[in-house]
Design a protein around this ligand. Structure first.
Ligand code: 3HC
Length: 686
């Protein structure tokens, strides 16, 4: 063993094979120090006649997770990744990448520049650049479709989907998969290759690209489909275009084209916003007020109380993370319906091909049920997901207090009620926390973790650790009506009725939202969620909304009733204008003396989104969240705020808070409505 450097890149010998190990915790990102270290080693090894082969490996939990994203806002330092990869790809002696953990982005590009790839069976590989508003920038769009089926390459690069090692082997992306130590397997593979004189072609001139020809029509169709699904995001579209263009171009030109597109995207607003969100999501999970020594409690079985939509979703979210669930509902029929609903969701995922049948079976098996509360005694965490009614919840927590074991955590999925009051009712305030999931709970990434003044630190730590286990993005929030998301949603919603009265239509407002990049507009969303939920909430607060209340009084609760802001009688996928609503808004406008006119998209956005930003700053000012970026994490992951705009606060900062404040001031002077009054926090930022 010949240790040359104890730096981020070290070298040792195994016979005539040099093993280069990158060690840059936590994820071996390809920082300048790593690139520099690798370049020095490669230049040294190129002409070393005592070395027959080079094996590239990484220390710690993963192979490289890609370029160092934190360097993207600084000038690029040489050697850049493309130069390094060109050096590696031009090696005449065999080169091999030994992969484990997650081999992503620039890390996979490094591996593609090697002649061979050996992966541990648990490895996951992919190009997640599109999620950062980017495309691969160091050969990914050029080498991958030359190595594997170009259609499969297009799918991987435009979606950012990770594949596992078996799939990678099947595609021809890796040469061998091992269950044992990947470095030993790589050494063995290399020595065999040397003995057999095996010289794989470089990805530049290998693969099905050469052999089978390309179905250009199919690729063009795929490109169109990517464009249709992109919702204004540039990166997936550019990824498809660059990959296809790269197949038409000579290799070096294709690399240059990819590089310049990557650089353009990197400087663009969308990628800046998406990179900001990447780091904001990591930050949100850090709670500076938790003592560093705080250990989470152990969670093996979770009781979910209530088998309705939220309860089922939460049960599936937990089972998807490998946690045993005991679903409880005192109503046996509701419990049966809940379990059947869960089985249906998994069965349709299997049918769609998005879930393996065995995995679906394992998840279903993790969810057991009990109509009796006594069964909940063994649970480490109890999540109440019952009807949004204080009396109902009070009774549940009183019962739980009687049956739950000591040390069990009590959580409520309430959207509006105060978890500290429920904590007092439960008799165990220190064990009480809010875990606010978003519907559908097995899909949506956001988890608002509502900390009460009495919640014990280890209960908060447990919630954060659980969120990680089940793949949720937690944001710790304080107590206020609607917490962060729904409180800001109320500000967004405040002007919707008024817009309809003044002449806007649900279709026009929804179009303004989808053009902005939202997956759906507020009226489509209200119809999908059901108008009765907010109706009930309004009534409990003694509030009124003339149009929505009338729809509810007529039983027009949205999609499930066949009518709401839209008419769904021709089918849920074919919403038509609701003629009764047209008549209703015109009548109400005339009764109230409101002049009707055409309302432009910009006005719709200002009157709905600026109040939301204003409320966000109040929330920050009141200390409900620790940082402004937490609000963006809530909106990007729980409410579909377009990621390419970074979240409401990032978007407002990009526009300029001054502009937001001036527009709100103008609307406030014109209408006198409270929702437009600039908050003191916003005024201070001007
Ligand atoms: N650059 C810089 N920092 C990174 C990073 C990267 N590529 N990937 C992760 N990190 C940091 C995180 O910010 C976090 O920092 P913190 O501890 O200070 O908060 C730390 O590494 C650990 O990350 P996670 O908490 O996310 O660890 P996990 O184990 O949960 O996940 C992961 C690991 C799957 C690698 C995940 O971090 C991830 O998906 N990273 C991003 C990967 C990516 O997008 N790669 C493409 C980069 S762009 C590129 O390569 C361009 C090229 O084509 C030219």
């Amino acid at each position: 063993m010949d240790e040359v450097s104890a730096e981020v890149v070290s070298r040792r010998m195994d016979g005539t094979a040099a093993i280069l190990t990158i060690s840059n915790p936590p994820v071996n990102a390809l920082s300048h120090a790593v690139r520099d270290g690798l370049m020095i080693e490669l230049r040294d090894l190129r002409d070393d006649t005592s070395v027959d082969a080079v094996i590239l490996t990484c220390a710690g939990r993963t192979f490289c997770a890609g370029a160092d994203i934190s360097e993207f806002d600084k000038p690029t330092r040489q050697p850049d990744l493309s130069t390094l990869i060109a050096e590696l790809a031009s090696f005449a002696k065999p080169t091999l990448a030994a992969l484990h953990g997650t081999t992503l982005g620039g890390g996979l590009e490094l591996a593609l520049a090697c002649r061979f790839r050996v992966a541990h069976r648990t490895t996951r590989l992919g190009f997640p650049e599109v999620k950062l508003g980017l495309i691969p920038g160091a050969g990914g769009t050029v080498r991958l479709p030359r190595l594997i089926d170009p259609g499969a390459a297009l799918e991987m690069i435009t979606t950012g989907r990770l594949i596992n090692a078996d799939e990678a082997e099947f595609m021809g992306l890796v040469d061998a998969v091992t269950d044992d130590g990947v470095v030993s397997a790589a050494i063995e593979f290399t020595h065999e290759a040397l003995a057999e004189g095996k010289r794989s072609k470089s990805t530049r001139d290998s693969g099905r690209f050469q052999e089978a020809g390309i179905d250009w029509d199919w690729l063009e169709q795929e490109k169109i489909s990517v464009q249709q699904k992109a919702r204004g995001l540039l990166a997936p579209v550019k990824a498809a275009e660059t990959l296809i263009a790269g197949l038409h171009l000579p290799f070096e030109e294709a690399l240059a084209n990819e590089r310049s597109t990557f650089e353009l995207l990197k400087e663009g607003e969308q990628s800046r916003a998406q990179r900001y969100l990447f780091f904001a999501e990591k930050e949100a999970a850090k709670v500076s007020t938790l003592p560093a020594s705080t250990l989470p409690r152990s969670i093996e079985t979770v009781g979910v109380i209530g088998a309705g939509t939220m309860g089922r979703g939460i049960a599936m979210a937990l089972a998807n993370g490998g946690i045993s669930v005991l679903l409880h509902d005192a109503d046996r029929d509701a419990l049966e319906r809940g379990l059947a609903g869960i089985r249906d969701v998994y069965a349709s995922s299997v049918k769609r091909g998005s879930l393996n049948e065995d995995v679906a079976k394992q998840r279903v098996a993790l969810i057991t049920s009990s109509p009796n509360v006594e069964g909940l005694a063994q649970c480490d965490l109890l999540i109440e997901a019952a009807f949004e009614d204080k009396a109902v919840k009070r009774q549940i927590f009183e019962t739980l207090n009687a049956v739950a074991k000591s040390g069990a955590i009590f959580a409520t999925n309430t959207s509006y009620l105060d978890p500290s009051e429920l904590g007092l009712l439960s008799g165990r305030p220190a064990d009480m926390i809010g875990l606010h999931f978003f519907s559908p709970a097995h899909v949506m990434k956001l988890l608002e973790v509502v900390r009460t003044p009495s919640t014990a630190p280890d209960v908060v730590a447990t919630a954060l650790s659980l969120a990680r286990t089940i793949g949720k993005i937690p944001v710790v929030v304080g107590i206020c009506h609607g917490f962060v998301g729904n409180r800001m949603l109320a500000a967004r919603t405040a002007e919707l009725e008024q817009l309809l009265l003044e002449g806007a239509t649900p279709q026009g407002v929804d179009r303004a939202f989808t053009e902005f990049g939202w997956p759906m507009g507020p009226f489509q969303m209200a119809d999908l969620a059901g108008l009765d939920i907010s109706w009930r909430n309004r009534r409990s607060l003694g509030k009124k909304a003339d149009i929505a209340d009338t729809l509810c009084e007529r039983g027009q609760f949205g999609q499930k009733a066949g009518m709401g802001y839209y008419d769904y009688r021709a089918g849920p996928r074919e919403p038509q204008p609701n003629a009764e609503l047209v008549e209703l808004t015109a009548r109400l406008a005339s009764e109230k003396g409101v002049d009707r006119r055409r309302i432009e998209t910009q006005e719709i956005c200002e009157r709905t989104l600026f109040p939301m930003v204003n409320e966000g700053l109040r929330i920050l000012d009141e200390g409900i969240v620790a940082r402004e970026s937490d609000i963006d994490v809530v909106w990007a992951n729980g409410y579909g705020f377009p990621r390419g705009k970074g979240g409401p606060m990032f978007w407002a900062r990009t526009l300029g808070y001054k502009k937001v404040a001036e527009a709100l001031q103008e609307w406030h002077s014109r209408t006198g409505r409270e929702v437009f009054r600039p908050s003191s926090a916003l005024s201070a930022l001007k």
